[in-house]
Design a protein around this ligand. Sequence first.
Ligand code: DON
Length: 304
Amino acid sequence: MQSPIPAYLARVVSQVQADVGGAVADYIPELATADPEHTALAIALPDGHRYLAGDADVAFSIQSMSKPFTYGLAITDNGLPAVLDKVGVEPSGEAFNEISLDASGRPRNPMINAGAIATHSLVHGADSAQRFERLRRLYSACAGRDLSVDERVYTSEAATGHRNIAMGHLLRSVNIIDCDPVDIIDGYFRQCSVEVTVADLAMMAATLANGGVQPLTGEAILDRHAVRQMLSVMTTCGMYDAAGDWLSVVGIPAKSGVAGGIIGVLPGQIGIAAFSPRLDRHGNSVRGVAMFERLSDDLGMHLM
Ligand code: DON
């Protein structure tokens, strides 16, 4: 018998396509060239089955969806206590690009830009290139294919990311970053520019759902404790100043990116990825949020 899943996912995609709310991110000029009508949805299961719908072959930059994975590698490299010394785990309730530091200068969590920049600096590597290469390999191992940087997005963000560059220097001034902030920011921009599709992202999410073991290759990429920490901060901080609203309505640990992607993870059950470039005022994809709401509702995926 044919699986009913592809037709269901295609229906969810078509149901949100009338929604033209929100706006494509333009503070990174290259992102403004995205086709706002693109809409895609993918799910992947811990047994490796993957189902795709809509514009599933359209590539876009991973942006902030890279942040939990970088956090996982920082924990693997340093141990959790050392990471907690530099980056907190409290939701900031503020926008993703806010300078949300606590009294000791620690970014409040690793999902906002300040915390993600600090987290990037904790990844081991002799230099910026090596640090980034280790991250690229981690993302690729989770996706199950070799991922690369969209150089146009990278160049565009590097040329305009003055706020992040300033944040790097600020974090260096309070000793949260202890190496050259220019190198760290460059690596952070590269990390955000890695090109993915919803098929890649669903498999990355399914790797987390599967306790850090890639469903197709069987490779143990991240240990269980790192994954637990990653999912914890995704739950409380992954959707920024909409995190409470998201958790109560959708109820799935998740992370969004400004190119329009959202990943969601239900431990032991499923990895989900949605994509559509128009964003709401929090920087989360409008159609992506709508697709997750439908999945959660239709399939009873809310954690609670
Ligand atoms: O640093 C930035 O502003 C971007 N590279 C990433 C921000 C982002 O994806 C926020 N998420 N919705």
